[in-house]
Design a protein around this ligand. Sequence first.
Ligand code: ZN
Length: 262
Amino acid sequence: MVYETVIDKKSHKEYEVLCDKTGENPQKCPACSDHRKKGNQNKKSFSYNAQTGLGFCHNCEFACYRKTEDYKAYVKPKLKTNAQFSERLVEWFQKRQITTTTLEKMRVTESVEWMPQTEREMNVICFNYYREGELVNVKFRDAAKNFKMVKDAEKIFYNLDGIKDKKQVYIVEGEMDCLTMVQCGYDNTVSVPNGATKSKNNLDYFDRCYKYFEEVEEVFICTDHDEPGERTGATYWRGEVLPRAPQWIQRCERAIVLYRSG
Ligand SMILES: [Zn+2]
């Protein structure tokens, strides 16, 4: 008997599941079988796919993904903030039509941070990544558009709390686009943590944010009209999100890919 460790997409609890075959491995559900009626306890309502590393239970909708070797406990960052926004920062955002009200609402802060690209301390904007009001990660951005995230902190969508229980969701490529959307009244917007890339997108963060998409019926993917942007649109919708979110896709009636130029 070969077992693998999986992680529950919702609770992040770990379970051991059977993984003898190369494809689907139907078996008792590690999450619900013990709580089922006597006659149903051995029903193979759960199946783990050895190829994709994803498992799903048709009885309780337990969904999990493979715990990989590089899995580690995440670092919890500390909030870095000045008491007040500097004039420079306020002006910088004003030029981009983003008000201090929006900055406060989105809990944007500013700080001084050592940036590897310049190898010195820089004034930075802190895009704080919250989940259920808890700070999970921070993306630092300096004036020259260098970025840094907190080492070994968990990657999630930016503004994740903004899409909780929402039927319509907008997905954008970066924090600035997200702030612009919120400024325009679209609070139900999230940004991917690592922008659009030319290479294959790492979608682990989607698995970790899975439960926030369960009620979604319509998703608008708004990416730049360039190669990485188009790839993100295509990656999200066709290639990678579909097999990751069976129940979500059933409910989600349509996904529209919108491209933005400039
Ligand atoms: Zn189950």
